[in-house]
Design a binder for this molecule. Structure first.
Ligand code: ADP
Ligand code: ZN
Length: 213
């Protein structure tokens, strides 16, 4: 089973990915997390991706597709997977089909987290995340502990560079121009399920479960 989670930055993809992966026993694969882990470790991939990420731009398709191709071939990815943040362009979606076909797999469903655009900037700029386990907080809606130490893993809670105003607003523009067309692309294939994502994390999780049946 291959499920894609699609939606603008700030829609709650990361939060829902963690919940759904657990519930449906799927391996979560987040390209953003993989790039950030590489950046933390100062790998060549991380350093190359950094220039794009910090500006809120997409990492080039060839680099991203190669990364996902490798990741999907690993043993823990051969069962079910939940893809968060990939594909993000029509080209990536087409390449994903080819990558999956190599092992006789295909995308089973694309879940679109649907949320009014005007909510997104506040969600992004107030967001704080754990450097180690990627858990998410929000300064207003779900404040992190005062010592900024992750209660789940002891990691450092910080603000992603691309959640600052300028980069965050770039990411929204990039989403509208390059990623949003994917919703129609999956719709035409009969694979799109749209879920309202304005409620609390728990409410959205329940709406997704209902939509997945
Ligand atoms: P969000 O969904 O909150 O914008 P992500 O953590 O998914 O954040 O991604 C952060 C950044 O990582 C993106 O802005 C982009 O630079 C890079 N990135 C992640 N996934 C992809 C992808 N599929 N293609 C290109 N770049 C990506
Ligand atoms: Zn943590």
């Amino acid at each position: 089973m291959i499920i894609i989670l699609l939606g603008p930055p700030g829609a709650g993809k990361g939060t829902q990915t963690a919940a759904l992966a657990k519930r449906y026993k799927l391996t979560p694969i987040s390209t953003g997390d993989i790039f950030r882990a590489n950046l933390n470790d100062r790998t060549p991939l991380g350093l190359e991706a950094q220039n794009y990420m910090s500006q809120g731009l997409l990492v080039p398709d060839d680099l991203t597709v190669r990364l996902v191709d490798d990741r999907l071939a690993q043993p823990d990815a051969l069962g079910g997977c939940l893809l968060d943040g990939f594909p993000r362009t029509v080209f990536q979606a087409e390449e994903l089909e080819k990558v999956l076909a190599k092992t006789g797999r295909k995308v089973d469903r694309c879940l679109l987290l649907d949320i009014p655009e005007k909510e997104l900037m506040a969600r992004l700029t107030g967001r704080r995340v754990c450097r180690s386990c990627s858990s998410v907080w929000h300064l207003n809606f779900y404040p992190p502990p005062a010592d900024l130490i992750c209660p789940l893993c002891g990691g450092e809670i910080y603000q992603r560079a691309d959640d600052e105003e300028v980069a965050a607003s770039n990411r929204l523009k990039v989403y509208l121009a390059q990623t949003q067309p994917l919703a129609e692309w999956y719709e035409k294939k009969g694979l799109l399920t749209s879920v309202a994502a304005l409620g609390s994390p728990k409410e959205v999780e329940m709406a997704i479960e209902k939509a997945l049946g």
